[in-house]
Design a protein around this ligand. Structure first.
Ligand SMILES: [Zn+2]
Length: 355
């Protein structure tokens, strides 16, 4: 680890923290920035001017104040020049958002994909991203956030496995895209992206998110931070019914063994759904206890059939705890992952600001 931090780095750190304050506040005065960051007036002014010069912020003049003289206005993030790209690369298709630093979505993209192997899939990813980069070449694209399915090594930005792509093995997706486009890339598990997107919207900082389709993905936040680590949060093969249904992993009673038949052939199987409810509720409740969560978000393909399961699932869950302890919400997954990926790209761009 570096022991010393250079002046230039310090200035970048300060630029990031000022921009974060402006982003979190919406609109803010210079005095407030100085108070919140603890920067001196001179130091703050220097940074604010730098951010103006690079098109990160704008000043809103207070039109209601008449008379001569310069009235320092409120500062907010500039929505025009700087943008990020959020990608959701999943087995059914690709989604993308181009988002400005205010969080406004400027354009949405969606593409069905068919791939037989690694080369084809990689080609799809590069073409899809390339088209977006080309279309927004007039803007300053700061970063790309990617929500990915399968096994990931987040630290290295390596996609270890991708669903239904047998020869996809340890693909350095971050390095490939950074080299091709010259833009910072952040890779993240798709449930983490979904949770990140909800963290921006919900009051809670201690949340659990479950993505339910033929398997299960989980993400957890504690005090507003998403818990990360290779191999963590893998709940698909948690045993929820001793000696229960046989699972593809060779064991019996895993939650996945109960989930998989629920959406067999892309349709809801009512019988399987009934058998799923108790094991699922047990898993959710246990995880709530482990992570001390106060909010549970359920999303994924299964939630498309919410009318078939919401009432019973909620009723069974509250056999174990009080409604006031834990809120359970079913949220349609549409765009959660791509939105989260774009928001992660925004945060990454601000944290890595170099001007
Ligand atoms: Zn299993």
């Amino acid at each position: 680890m570096k022991k010393y931090i250079g002046l230039e780095e310090m200035s970048n750190v300060n630029c990031s923290s000022v921009l974060n304050v402006i982003r979190n506040c919406g609109t803010v005065s210079r005095k407030q920035i100085s108070d919140i960051t603890g920067l001196s007036w001179g130091g703050m002014t220097k940074i604010v001017n730098k951010l103006f010069d690079h098109g990160y912020i704008v000043e809103e003049k207070d039109e209601s104040v008449s008379g001569a003289g310069r009235t320092p206005g409120l500062i907010r993030i500039c929505e025009k020049k700087n943008v990020v790209i959020g990608l959701d690369l999943n087995r059914e298709g690709f989604e993308a958002y181009v988002m400005n630093l205010c969080g406004d979505v400027l354009k949405e993209y969606s593409k069905d994909i068919y791939y037989e192997g690694k080369e084809e899939l990689l080609q799809f990813i590069l073409e899809f991203t390339g088209e977006i980069v080309q279309e927004f070449k007039e803007k300053n694209i700061l970063s790309i956030g990617i929500a990915m399915q399968g096994v990931l090594d987040i630290e290295k930005g390596v996609s270890v496995k991708f669903p239904h792509c047998p020869d996809w093995n340890h693909v350095p997706i971050k390095a490939i895209l950074e080299q091709k486009f010259g833009i910072d890339v952040f890779v993240e598990h798709d449930p983490n992206c979904m949770l990140y997107s909800r963290l921006m919207d919900e009051e809670s900082e201690n949340m659990l998110l479950f993505r339910l389709d033929r398997s299960i993905g989980m993400a957890a936040s504690v005090n507003g931070e998403i818990l990360r680590g290779n191999g963590l949060m893998e709940v698909a093969h948690c045993i929820v019914v001793p000696d229960g249904k046989s699972c593809r992993c060779g064991k019996k009673g895993c939650i996945e063994a109960y989930l998989a038949p629920g959406l067999e052939g892309g349709r809801l199987n009512e019988q399987a759904l009934q058998e799923l409810l108790d094991p699922l509720v047990v898993l959710i409740y246990n995880m709530v206890r482990v992570f001390h969560s106060d909010t549970v978000i359920l999303t994924g393909k299964l939630i498309k059939y919410r009318t078939a399961l919401e009432k019973e699932l909620i009723e069974r869950f509250y056999q174990y705890c009080e409604k006031s302890e834990v809120a359970v919400r079913l949220v349609e997954e549409t765009e959660l992952a791509v939105q989260g990926a774009a928001l992660i790209a925004v945060q990454g761009a601000i944290d890595r600001l170099q001007i």
